[in-house]
Design a protein around this ligand. Structure first.
Ligand SMILES: Cc1cc2nc3c(=O)[nH]c(=O)nc-3n(C[C@H](O)[C@H](O)[C@H](O)COP(=O)(O)O)c2cc1C
Length: 199
């Protein structure tokens, strides 16, 4: 039994929902296990079916598998804190979006590109959870380094790097991170939802 099986999940939904929403969380510990391309492609396949404005599908993903050159290029773009734990992940996925769509031969701004890329990442994360994997998004990266290392095309925007892999034993993490290796809570709906206007 690995220590993470003992992690306590105290999350409680206030209204009836599927258990996937409270059982998924973003740990930082990974096992040494690698991921096959097929495993990873199944997560991208889930993201592929996300809804998007005019079905434009503006999300773009670039990935590396631990040990390959692409993985190194992505690690290089992480801020030091994230690098400490995320470089042990089996795969690193960079999430971007194409900020324009072609309309009558003209590139036109897509106001929903970021919104849609966020939906796709959500689908990706839930599919990872269903597959018994963890997917941990990071905003802590150097966009300049990643854009250069991954040859980000003009007009694309970087959103996050996602560490993917099998959840590892908590004992392998530095003490400070062990304390944070548990599902956190959420604001009550009353702080984010209101009938007839915004809170
Ligand atoms: C866009 C985005 C950026 C994030 N950036 C970081 C990060 O740089 N480093 C980190 O350790 N966690 C990061 N996180 C993880 C969040 O802190 C985490 O998702 C949040 O606390 C909710 O916890 P949960 O995912 O375990 O439910 C990020 C998450 C998202 C969605």
């Amino acid at each position: 039994m690995t220590a993470h099986t003992a992690i306590k999940n105290t999350r409680k939904a206030d209204h009836a929902i599927h258990a996937q929403f409270t059982s998924r969380f973003s740990p930082r510990g990974f096992t040494e296990k690698t991921l096959t391309e097929a495993q990873l492609l199944s997560l991208f396949e889930a993201a592929r079916w996300a809804p998007s404005a005019s079905n434009n599908q503006p999300w773009r993903f670039a990935y590396g598998l631990r040990g390959d050159a692409a993985f190194g290029k992505i690690v290089e773009g992480l801020v030091p804190f994230n690098r400490t734990w995320a470089e042990k992940a089996a795969a690193l996925v960079v999430v971007a979006s194409r900020g324009t769509v072609e309309k009558d031969g003209v590139e036109t701004p897509n106001a929903w590109a970021q919104f849609d890329a966020g939906t796709a990442w959500g689908y990706f994360a839930l599919q990872a959870h269903h597959a018994g994997l963890v997917a941990h998004a990071m905003g802590g990266f150097d966009a300049g380094i990643l854009a250069k290392n991954l040859k980000l095309p003009e007009g694309y925007m970087l959103h996050a790097v996602v560490a993917v892999g099998e959840h590892g034993d908590i004992d392998n993490l530095p003490e400070a991170l062990q304390a944070r290796e548990a599902p956190n809570d959420r604001l009550p709906l009353a702080k984010t939802v209101a009938h007839g206007g915004f809170v």
